[in-house]
Design a protein around this ligand. Structure first.
Ligand SMILES: Cc1cc2nc3c(=O)[nH]c(=O)nc-3n(C[C@H](O)[C@H](O)[C@H](O)COP(=O)(O)OP(=O)(O)OC[C@H]3O[C@@H](n4cnc5c(N)ncnc54)[C@H](O)[C@@H]3O)c2cc1C
Length: 390
């Protein structure tokens, strides 16, 4: 399998976000992917999840929960470190590791809404890789419409009794804990019904399906979770009962940014592979990069990538100032994931038949990229959000 990183084309517009500390961190992340992940991607894809000890290796290098406060095992650094982690994963053309969901989504819920005991217990374990975590919202009957969640958590004395099931859960198969979106109120209350409950994977009645057979991202663990009269102490409630929907909204802009970052870096990597391939491949006695169609196509793609990069980095500046609007983040998510799909489609075409062969990075990027237009809110939902601000 051809794999591994090709650096983005150097003559793209220069970026201004990072300091030398960030770049030193980038070097550590890059080496981690080169040494620990890229040589094992095929294995991960065959078993449909990464090796469990990869989490501990990432934790030992400080690559998990990096932005969390130091007293809970993080490094207390800014979210540019998360951006670097995601970019290096994408430049390595890996879609197996589910670190970002664990470090940048689940950890934020616990840090933002957990009490001291929950933070000390979970964040410290999450930072070392001792605990792998998931967030379980989607159900077989509902995804975009979160208020239609049917998994229930009913108080019985000092315990919640949870019943229901969740689907498409990233890190679900290896998870030691999942934050589960449950209905705790009666049906009439709509969004005020929802609560977030921490459920440990070893609770009686909590079971996991096999990793789901996806068309792409085959090395990333995605599975169903089942809850059959699972009893958890009331103390496992995150934040306040009935506030689940509001809690889920708090980091929504950031969660969309995470996908936009993956897509931007993924497009840059796919483009770099395509440029290289067109220089190497010969047809009619010359390099295919000399044909006008190839040159124009690459020029168009490069222009789109540069435009998106500029918008994304500006959104990131606003994110760091905590001024990023949900509409701007939704625009980044939908536009950049669409752009990524275009880059891999055109890039595959320029590879000819080899682009259809899975040993070529462009072929894997082609199948892996597709989910980005669906998860973290579908692109149609992103347009809904943007249109509401007009
Ligand atoms: C690889 C992968 C990983 C995932 N990881 C997780 C995870 O870790 N945790 C988790 O909880 N979920 C996860 N998901 C689920 C994902 O978030 C949902 O699939 C997504 O939110 C869409 O929900 P749905 O599949 O039920 O589609 P639906 O909501 O049924 O949507 C079907 C279609 O209808 C459209 N649609 C729906 N409502 C509207 C509307 N109001 N206006 C216009 N169009 C609309 C959608 O855009 C879509 O095109 C993952 C999914 C995938 C594929």
């Amino acid at each position: 399998m051809q794999s591994g990183a090709i650096r983005p084309i150097p003559n793209m517009l220069p970026r201004k976000l990072f300091t030398s500390d960030h770049e030193a961190f980038r070097e550590t992340v890059r080496k981690f992917y080169e040494k620990e992940v890229v040589p094992n991607i095929e294995k991960y894809e065959n078993q449909q999840h990464v090796d469990r000890d990869l989490w501990n290796k990432a934790g030992a290098l400080g690559l998990l929960c990096t932005t969390m406060p130091e007293q809970y095992g993080g490094s207390g650094v800014d979210r540019l470190y998360s951006m670097i982690l995601i970019e290096e994963q994408a430049y390595a053309m890996d879609s197996s590791t589910g670190f970002s969901l664990h470090s940048d989504i689940v950890a934020n819920y616990i840090n933002n809404f957990g009490n001291e005991e929950q933070k000390m217990h979970w964040l410290t374990k999450m930072a070392t890789g001792e605990a792998v975590t998931a967030i379980a919202m989607t159900e077989p009957g509902t995804g975009s419409d979160l208020q239609a969640v049917r998994t229930t958590a009913v108080l019985d004395g000092d315990e919640y009794v949870i019943n229901g099931s969740k689907i498409f859960i990233t890190n679900g198969y290896l998870c030691d804990m999942a934050i589960v979106v449950c209905k705790t109120g009666n049906n009439e209350k709509g969004s005020a019904n929802l609560s977030l409950i921490i459920v440990e994977a070893d609770r009686i009645g909590f079971s996991k399906g096999k990793p789901l057979n996806k068309i792409g991202m085959k090395g990333q663990d995605t599975c169903e979770l089942f809850f059959d009269n699972v009893r958890v102490p009331k103390a496992n409630l995150l934040g306040m009962e009935g506030m689940g929907f509001i809690m889920l909204m708090k980091e929504l802009a950031w969660e969309r940014m995470l996908v936009a970052i993956i897509c931007q870096a993924g497009a840059e990597a796919a483009f770099a592979h395509t440029v290289q391939y067109t220089k190497d491949r010969k047809a009619f006695g010359k390099s295919i990069s000399t044909f006008q169609n190839t040159r124009f196509k690459l020029a168009e793609l490069r222009t789109e990538i540069d435009f998106c990069r500029t918008y994304l980095d500006r959104c990131m500046e606003l994110q760091l100032e905590e001024n990023l609007g949900v509409d701007a983040a939704a625009a980044a998510k939908y536009k950049i994931s669409d752009m990524f799909s275009k880059v891999v489609d055109d890039g595959l075409q320029l590879h000819g038949g080899y682009g259809y062969m899975l040993e070529y990075p462009i072929a894997r990027a082609y199948i892996d990229n597709r989910a980005n237009r669906i998860y973290a809110g579908t692109n149609e939902i992103m347009k809904e959000l943007i249109s509401r601000t007009l």
